[in-house]
Design a protein around this ligand. Structure first.
Ligand code: SF4
Ligand code: SF4
Length: 297
């Protein structure tokens, strides 16, 4: 599909994609593969990469540079692990300077090489949380090594912090991580675990019965997020993106514009926790939910 678009349009001709004012998140899933394998990985709900095709670095740059936002809404490069994409550096350096960029990473790369290639200014923006959010997974990562890498980037001017999921099996490791960050002047935060553990559902969800339910219902649903899969398809929610269900467009389709509408969905009950959890919006106000769901009967 992308080849056809390329024959018709050069990048300078690609029309802008204007985000509705209420949009709160832009997620570019560069790859759903990862260089680690955490047992509680939310991507395991459907399998990590499902042999997906990947947009090239140049295609990501072309597609993401179409995005126009009001205010400082960043494009979050994420996955899986976004840094394993072959065009990772090309994407970071090719995006328009007026676009804000965040990075969600497990930081398995060499921070010194990264600093040689990407300016800390790339991650500067006016929001009350770090642009580079490093996930610390005690099961698969070494704390001292991770904190040391974060400190190197932090001390060289990168907006960065360490985050960990408060998974029941990881709780015992949190105090040490918190202390190590405090000693090194690094922001540390825990995130709520979303999912089932030993038969108990964890997480705070906006819609009762929306996750891990035996029953599915037909509802109408509207999103406040632009979610782009590794192959460039745009989905209305994480559930659809992970399961490759009903993409609503493609980032390299010159005709694509956001339809800010409710769409019928027959999967309520199997929603992905990321879509229906209560969380902070980009201004760090709690209570936001990514989707608005109507007609739950
Ligand atoms: S680092 Fe993140 S994406 Fe990779 S396996 Fe662990 S939880 Fe999953
Ligand atoms: S109801 Fe759930 S699965 Fe359906 S579109 Fe909304 S968030 Fe996605």
């Amino acid at each position: 599909m992308t080849d056809i678009y390329r024959k018709l349009y050069t990048s300078s001709m690609m029309p802008s994609i204007n985000l509705p004012k209420h949009y709160n998140y832009i997620g570019a899933f560069l790859s759903l593969s990862c260089n680690l394998s955490c047992s509680y990985c939310i991507n395991h709900l459907v399998g990590l990469d499902q042999r997906r095709k990947h947009l090239s670095g140049a295609e990501w740059v072309e597609g993401l540079n179409r995005i126009q936002t009001e205010g400082p809404l960043p494009i979050s490069l994420q996955g899986g692990e976004p840094s394993i994409h072959k065009g990772f550096i090309e994407i970071l350096n090719g995006l328009r300077k007026d676009l804000n960029v965040d990075l969600l990473t497990n930081l398995q790369f060499d921070p010194h090489k990264f600093m040689d290639l990407v300016d800390p200014e790339r991650f500067k923006r006016d929001l009350p949380y770090p642009s580079i959010r490093v996930s610390y997974h005690p099961e698969t990562m070494d704390l001292a090594e991770t904190v040391n890498k974060v400190k190197i980037l932090h001390d060289n001017g990168y907006s960065i912090g360490l985050f960990t999921v408060a998974h029941p099996d990881a709780l015992e490791y949190i105090p040490a991580a918190e202390q190590a960050c405090e000693e090194n002047g690094i922001l540390f935060k825990t995130k709520e675990f979303l999912g089932e553990h030993n038969g108990k559902l964890h997480g705070t969800y906006h819609y009762e019965g929306s996750v891990f339910s035996k029953e599915v219902k037909t509802v109408n649903c509207k999103t406040s997020e632009l979610l782009i899969s590794p192959e460039g398809h745009i989905y209305r929610c994480h559930h659809d993106l992970y399961n490759k269900i009903t993409p609503v467009g493609h980032i390299l389709d010159p005709k694509f514009q956001i339809d800010d509408i409710f769409r019928e969905c027959t999967y309520f009950g199997k929603c992905n926790p990321c879509d229906v959890k209560r969380k902070n919006n980009r201004f760090q106000n709690f209570g936001h939910c990514s989707v608005e769901i109507q007609d739950i009967e």
